[in-house]
Design a binder for this molecule. Sequence first.
Ligand code: KIV
Ligand code: ZN
Length: 499
Amino acid sequence: MKTVRVFDTTLRDGEQMPGVSLPQEYKIRIAKQLDKLGVDVIEAGFPSASRGEFESVKEISSLSLNAEICGLARIVKEDIDAALKADVDMVHIFVPTSKVQIEHTVKMSREEIIEKSVECVEYIKSHGVKCMFSAMDATRTEVGYLKQIFKAVEEAKVDIVNVPDTVGVATPFKFHEVVKQLREHLKVPIDVHCHNDFGLAVANTYAAVMAGANEVQVTVNGIGERAGNADLAQVVMILHAIEGIRTNIKTEHLFETSKLVERLTGVKIPPNHPIVGENAFSHESGIHAHGVLKEYSTFEPGVVTPEMVGHRRRIVIGKHAGRYQIRKILEEAGYYLDEDQLNQVFEKVKEMGDRGKRVTDLDLFAIAEVVIGELKREEKAILVDEVTVLTGNKITPTAVLNAEVFGRRKVTSAIGVGPVDASLKAVTSLVGESIRITEFRMDAITGGSDALAEVYVTVEDDEGHTFTSRGAAQDIVMASIDAVINAVNYLLRMKKRKS
Ligand code: KIV
Ligand code: ZN
């Protein structure tokens, strides 16, 4: 079975995404996670770009990770020396090869570009370090010139050549043809680097592998310059699950890697993002949910399961929900309804959906409790009396809660990256370590700075039960606390009901 190597450039091209700038500490966390995921190469940065960039690459090189560490450089001695000084395992050199880029960005003839490239490859190799050579804007370069320059660096003992679709204009059939011709012409391994300007980065990367490419350059969540790069999870799962082509990726870590990069870069992926998006394995419509609950492959690809990528399947309640899924969710939470009661819940859910309301799990449970006559709610496990939040430009956001937990007074505090984070940490610390907030979303219901904020959270307990809850208030901190307290109270009630 063919194995394709994965070259991750989240920390280099990914970080070039407008608005993304990662401090060293975050880069190190991402590098460690990429290593756990099993990528073969981590492009840690562009060492000559700045002092901080150099330090980060050097620090990542010193971590003794299993992945090879790579640093980017132009075909300029100072750049290469910076990468070598950062102790990388591989220097990735690049030079423009297309007419438009040669004319406007480098003042060299095509012959000089080849000469200089060969010289740089030999210089890097003389230091006992691996070398990757990229012909920038390869997909707008004449194939004849590409063959010539790649052959020249191959003869200079380059370790791998890269074919970048720098401005994302390749299409799968054309890219397949170019890579096929290069594969026939060269002996050296071929790597591809695709940008997503037309939404084809993943398709082009896949086409290149089918044409004989040996390595793929990808980023977590597809982040990168402009519209981004080929998405790691999508490329890997197409190869594994559809084509049976192996990589060294431990796919069960894909979801957590996506979440970490989302959090540290601040670049949110949409819920419908393939493989790792919140909705990748979620079902709302009655027909789909019914099918999936009986046999998941009825309305999922089947060759990829949430477990394979470390994600989870969710049956979501909304106006398209069917009776079967409502009953199933309620029974899992310990509510047993007769036909008539189920019909009443079903009608209420539809009514809420028609009013444009998102129906959380807690809404559903509350409706069921009313219908089955548990009108008097059990005593609340947590009652928060006072909340104090400190924040400011030179203050670590801190929250202090004064609450009654199972009838006993408790004061707790926590710090966080912001006032909401600190408050949520304080709330979860009230009930110990066993609950996690896995999703947090805030919407302003009305406009203006006095808008009512609505917060949705997904909470997971130590047994893997997850459910959604809502909180609303004019103060965003209070709305967040409200949502989490509702969820925690329910969770504790459910545990009691089941025990
Ligand atoms: O898009 C591109 O061409 C690049 C090169 C540096 C490989 O990122
Ligand atoms: Zn790029």
